[in-house]
Design a protein around this ligand. Structure first.
Ligand code: PGA
Length: 249
């Protein structure tokens, strides 16, 4: 499947940041990417980001509620994201799992909510440093896949993002061999969990992806793209990562 390079702006971005989307949109209009390109800005910018994105950039939300509406102050539903111009939503990011107590069951419910709202869903998994040091990374991620990826997930509407918690925003990454081993493991778990859809689902790597390491990470066979935090905020950095995708479509 065509790779996906997704940018997660987290709680960064004011109106002036839309200029970065406009800049990337005009770069991609001149030289189309060999991958799908997604930017997930804060909810406050969604509508304007979707307008600025043009036809070469998809826009997504960073989280959604499980319900389509109701008395949930401060939350946003998948239907609202779609209505604001989003085509995708990230669910189960480790910052949501850790700071908002989201369990695998909640993440699975949010993934279903995303599909219900007509969105493609990126489901995040990944071990902590203590879990890796204890030799439990593969088991932890297998448990997250089993608990957070609902049965019936369709490859066209679902991507898995493997993001080791200790690599997010730290400048540290696993070795290429560790990424390869984990992505192979995730592929095997997805196939065991849901057969052919699991065989086709994109598995993104996330955690300190930068222009300098994107090419070597994206070359790994089971890496179907990247989820990029800090390096997605500037159009030039993000475009370098997008341009590092070659020969994978
Ligand atoms: P980072 O964040 O690229 O800044 O490490 C990745 C993420 O949290 O999705």
């Amino acid at each position: 499947m065509r790779p996906l390079i997704a940018g997660n702006w987290k709680m960064h971005g004011l109106a002036k940041s839309l200029a970065e989307i406009e800049k990337l949109a005009s770069t991609l209009a001149a030289t189309p990417a060999e991958c799908d390109v997604l930017i997930c800005p804060p909810a406050s910018l969604l509508t304007r980001a979707a307008e600025a994105a043009g036809e070469h950039i998809l826009i997504g939300g960073q989280d959604c509620h499980t319900e389509d509406g109701g008395p949930f102050t401060g939350d946003i539903s998948a239907e609202m994201l779609k209505d604001a111009g989003a085509s995708h939503v990230i669910v189960g990011h480790s910052e949501r799992r850790q700071a908002h107590g989201e369990t695998d069951a909640i993440v699975a419910a949010k993934a279903k909510a995303g599909w219900r709202g007509g969105l493609g869903v990126i489901i995040c998994v990944g071990e902590t440093e203590a879990e890796r040091d204890a030799g439990k990374a593969l088991d932890v991620v297998a448990g997250q896949i089993a608990g957070s990826v609902p049965q019936g997930a369709l490859a066209a509407l679902t991507a898995i993002a493997y993001e080791p918690v200790w690599a997010i925003g730290t400048g540290k990454t696993p070795t290429l061999e560790e990424i390869e081993a984990m992505h192979g493991h995730i592929r095997a778990r997805l196939e065991a969990h849901m057969d052919s859809e699991g065989a086709d689902m994109r598995i993104l790597y996330g955690g300190s992806v930068k222009p300098g390491n994107a090419a070597e990470i994206l070359k790994i066979a089971e890496v179907g793209g990247a989820l990029v935090g800090g390096a997605s905020l500037k159009a030039t950095d993000f475009h370098s990562i997008i341009a590092a995708v070659t020969g994978k479509s």
